[in-house]
Design a protein around this ligand. Structure first.
Ligand code: SDX
Length: 435
């Protein structure tokens, strides 16, 4: 683990004047020049708390893992631009970078890949675990439950060495769990991982092979999946990552923390959006020329329709991941074939929205979920597995953030305050006098 980058202290402070008293609050500056007000002593010194629903203005932690500049559309993992990682690295390179802070040497990568490969199998009891669940269960709660269940098989999950083993087990077993949940949902036997295959090929093999015939993974499919997982690998303090940090801050173990992150990611406003995007595109495809109508509906306050895959809490310009994925869509579809109609509709929606005052004024641009589903569909991934794909990609980021939180010298349990707006003290009336 490289030494964490500590915040460079800024010379200035800000002054808060309250009830005739003045309070100085220190400013702290990150390595990219972001400045924050350190309010860690605010309540102790002033009796005040802050209010920031959705935490849009609140930094929960210091982190040296991922940097995003939402205005400029910049995304870097450990200082490396996503555009370069997407071309020059593979997913296990990026896993190693996020987890250990540096890109691996050839030997380090080979050792890491070998360790991951030899942890891909699941305990045989998982067959009965999946068998107990309804076949039509959505794979996200199945995966959340299965990851939490890993705690029951590996009960000693604390201590540096056990945590290292848990990290390897999670990275290795998540694709196996996902593929097993899919096979269960279609009534087919689970397919064991193959050590001879690389990480992405192994997942596609477990998803699509059957005991009846050999299945050869198309290297272009594996490469496309590898790119998708690199682009999803981390994204600083998003909803699911903040959930992983919060759960981990109570000293719940890594499996329990990751399981909570999977559940948070499932929400349609977060990772669940990639499934919603494809369903949106398919519904538009079924009614000729309704891209224009749909955009009007998405603007209408009285209509629940949203342009899924558009908008972002941090990116107020084009999500750099969406830019890479848009190009990848055309490349992948031209090479492996696939449904261009959905891509054409997505591009039409983008064209309309980027020239519409409603979206432009609100700085709503395509995000990572807008194009990813078109590629997943071309790879043959079932739509209800799209968010599971997101979870597999985000796993190294969740783990890296959890490790950073646990190793933070200022580590403490997360416990936000509130402003109480309920009833003030009152007496209990006997039941016959109520109502
Ligand atoms: C991810 O945080 C991360 O980093 C997340 C993520 C990651 O890698 O972890 O990037 C992954 O979750 C991407 C986002 C996927 N979700 C969607 O695509 C769902 C559709 N988008 C939204 O619901 C919305 O844009 C959010 C949830 C992404 C962001 O919500 P915010 O920041 O709370 O913004 P908001 O809901 O307050 O919207 C501001 C305005 C509102 O209009 P007004 O009240 O000002 O009139 O923009 C409108 C919203 O109604 N708006 C949209 C819209 N998104 C926002 N209107 C139509 N279509 C949309 N998609």
């Amino acid at each position: 683990m490289t030494p964490e980058t500590t915040l460079m202290s800024a010379r200035d402070s800000v002054q808060l004047v309250y009830q005739g008293k003045s309070f100085q609050m220190p400013l702290v500056r990150g390595t990219e020049g972001e400045v924050g007000v350190d309010i860690s002593k605010l309540r102790q010194e002033t009796g005040l708390v802050t209010l920031d629903p959705g935490y849009g203005n609140t930094g929960s932690c210091q982190s040296s893992i991922t940097f995003i500049d939402g205005e400029k559309g910049i995304l870097r993992y450990r200082g490396y631009p996503i555009e370069e990682l997407a071309v020059q690295c593979d997913f296990l390179d990026v896993c190693y970078l996020l987890l250990y802070g540096e890109l691996p040497t050839k030997d380090q990568l080979s050792k890491f890949a070998n360790e991951v490969t030899h942890h891909t199998m699941l305990h045989e009891n998982f067959g009965r675990f999946f068998g107990a669940l309804p076949k039509d269960a959505h794979p996200m709660p199945v995966c959340a439950a299965a990851v939490a269940a890993l705690t029951t098989f590996y009960q000693d999950a604390e201590g540096e060495d056990s945590i290292h083993q848990s990290v390897l087990r999670l990275i290795a077993k998540m694709p196996t769990l996902a593929a097993y949940s899919y096979k269960h949902s279609i009534g087919q036997p689970s397919i064991y991982p193959r050590n001879a295959l690389d990480y992405c090929s192994n997942f596609l093999y477990m998803m699509f092979a059957t005991p009846c015939e050999e299945y050869f993974v198309d290297p272009m499919f594996a490469k496309a999946l590898d790119l998708l997982w690199i682009l999803h690998a981390d994204h600083e303090q998003n909803c699911s990552t903040s959930t992983v940090r919060m759960v981990g801050s109570s000293k719940a173990n890594l499996y329990a923390s990751i399981s909570s992150g999977i559940s948070a990611l499932w929400g349609p406003l977060h990772g669940g959006a990639n499934q919603q995007v494809i369903e949106m595109l398919e519904s538009i495809a079924m009614t000729e020329g309704s891209a224009d109508k749909f955009v009007q509906r998405a603007k209408d306050k009285n209509d629940t329709a949203r342009l899924m895959g558009f908008g972002h809490r941090v990116y107020k310009s084009y999500d750099p991941r969406a830019k890479i994925l848009k190009k990848a869509c055309t490349d992948v579809l031209s090479r492996i074939g696939g449904n261009n109609q959905l891509l054409d509709i997505a591009m039409r929606l983008e064209e309309l929205a980027l020239h519409d005052e409603y979206f432009v004024s609100r700085k709503l641009y395509p995000n990572v979920d807008f194009y990813s589903g078109v590629i997943y569909k071309a790879l043959g991934i079932p739509v209800n597995m799209f968010t599971v794909m997101f979870a597999i990609g985000r796993l190294p980021g969740w783990i890296a953030q959890w490790l950073e939180m646990r190793r933070d010298p200022q580590f403490r349990i997360g416990r936000p305050r509130q402003l109480y707006t309920g009833a003030t003290q009152r007496a209990i009336l006997p039941i016959e006098k109520r109502g």
